[in-house]
Design a protein around this ligand. Structure first.
Ligand code: BTN
Length: 252
């Protein structure tokens, strides 16, 4: 699939600590074109959300960072970048897995689950100038051909789900085209449509799930997401809380 700008300029590194860190450093010194993709076959110090690490077996997975310049986006709307990236991952997985056999969901804010197992994670790092996002690095990891996951984590890969081998380059190409589609929608102010799409894939929506909030496990009803991107959870007394990602763990 052809794209207009995402993936037109690519930087491939056989091995690097973190594509996000590499892209961050590069942006400080070089005026990279919007849509530049940094990807590697072996990410040795991958970074995840909330200071976690992201481990990926060499030559088996997608580990890439895409540079965007959403100068049009007010920082109050930065959560839309997560929605756009998650939707691009969703569509990529849906196309590769032919949806009907697999339950693909976006777990707020930015995890992609298939049959309740994590297959993809997103780490976005923004550079802010005058209340707008001058540049951002969208780091995406997708488990493609990896078969073993250490530490008893609930993870899966395209290979584990289908028994087939996938071309990591083809997964990246698809991801770039879907990211461009949703990013252009964002640029065209299609905020409501983006959120509608995001909520249509929302893990646990309208279900009672257990959450670990600062160490306390409690059942809460998943109501969706507030305008500023916080998770809406209703408790048994009918009170709706807006919850930040800090201190929150889904128990599922
Ligand atoms: C998460 O689920 O916590 C987010 C994981 C993000 C991993 C990707 S892999 C490519 C890019 N480079 C990094 O160091 N992290 C992101």
């Amino acid at each position: 699939m052809e794209t207009l700008f995402i993936g037109k300029n690519t930087i491939f590194l056989p091995e690097i600590g973190s594509t996000n860190s590499y892209a961050t450093d590069l942006l400080k010194n070089v005026n990279l074109s919007e849509g530049t993709v940094v990807h590697t076959a072996n990410q040795t110090q991958g970074r995840g959300q909330r200071g976690n690490s992201w481990n990926a077996e060499p030559a088996s997975n997608l580990t890439a960072s895409i540079i965007l310049k959403p100068g049009f986006l007010n920082i109050k709307k930065q959560f839309f970048l997560y929605q756009v990236a998650a939707l691009a991952c969703y569509d990529t997985l849906a196309e590769l897995l032919k949806t009907s056999h697999f339950d693909i969901k976006i777990k707020w804010p930015n995890d992609l689950l298939v049959n309740r197992h994590k297959i993809s994670g997103i780490l976005i790092e923004n550079n802010i100038l005058n209340n707008a996002i001058s540049s951002c690095i969208i780091g995406i990891g997708v488990n493609v051909n990896q078969k073993n996951f250490e530490g008893g984590i609930k993870a899966t890969s395209l290979k584990l789900l289908t028994g087939e081998d996938f071309s990591v380059a083809a997964v990246l190409q698809l991801l770039c085209s879907y990211l461009e589609k949703y990013y252009l929608a964002l640029k065209n102010n299609k905020y409501d449509w983006i959120t509608e799409m995001y909520l249509s894939h929302f893990f646990g929506l309208d279900q009672w799930l257990n959450f670990d909030i600062n160490g306390n496990i409690e059942p809460l009803l998943v109501k969706g997401m507030s305008d500023n991107g916080l998770l809406l959870l209703e408790d048994r007394s009918g009170y709706t809380r807006e919850v930040d990602v800090q201190g929150l763990k889904w128990v599922y």
